[in-house]
Design a protein. Sequence first.
Length: 249
Amino acid sequence: MPGSICHETIADKDAIFNNKKAIRGGIPLVFPHFGPWGEGRPQHGFARTSLWKLSGQNKDRKSGDVSATFTMEDSEETRKIWNYSFKLTYTVTLKAKSLLLEFTVDNKGQEAFDFTCLLHTYLGVDDITQTSVVGLQGTKYDDKVTGQTDCTEENEEVTISGETDRIYKSTPNELTVKNTKGGKSVIIKKNNFPDAVVWNPWIEKAKAMSDFGDDEYLVMLCVEAGFVAKPFHLEPSETFQASQELSLA
Ligand code: BG6
């Protein structure tokens, strides 16, 4: 749907769709671990490469909103990697002017567990050098490229001019990504996702990734709402809820 919010999230031209590797585009869901996770455990967790079940669909007659709910539960496979009992529920609602993504984690076991999670949103842009993220000024971030931690963002508009991989912590619930496709701004409204990762691999890292076109770094930016700076602690029978709504300005 050109011109709609769905058109703004992209799939890289070299993305691999084989159920083994996370798709390089759209909004892969990171759970239960953001980042590298030790030997034998997949980076960014297993939720993004697992098969989910479609557990419901709905069309709201009044508003016209359409939604689909997907679930995923622990299995023999997930328990080999992370030995907890859980249920994930992900509801995607396409509204007239926005895309709403609601995520819950239920602890189904007898033991509490800690996890991190994130919506790894790929946004398509026309020219990365003209794109900026607004709303991060004054927040603290860890810079994964330089290794510096707890830096303070000085800029009102964060621009990208080289490899960028930052975890902004305790960010405002509304962020704006200016100059995405067609010069439009994407508004990200998030709830209970305190952190925001800003990622662009730039030239060398793009070349090193087999499922990422060499020049695609020029036309993408990931702005990822998450709970990642510190883990969330979930007691048995409790539920974690978070959401993100994307719209165009
Ligand atoms: C970002 C991380 O969220 O995802 C980066 O901050 C990482 O460090 C990037 O390189 C892409 O990860 P992956 O596993 O999809 O290649």
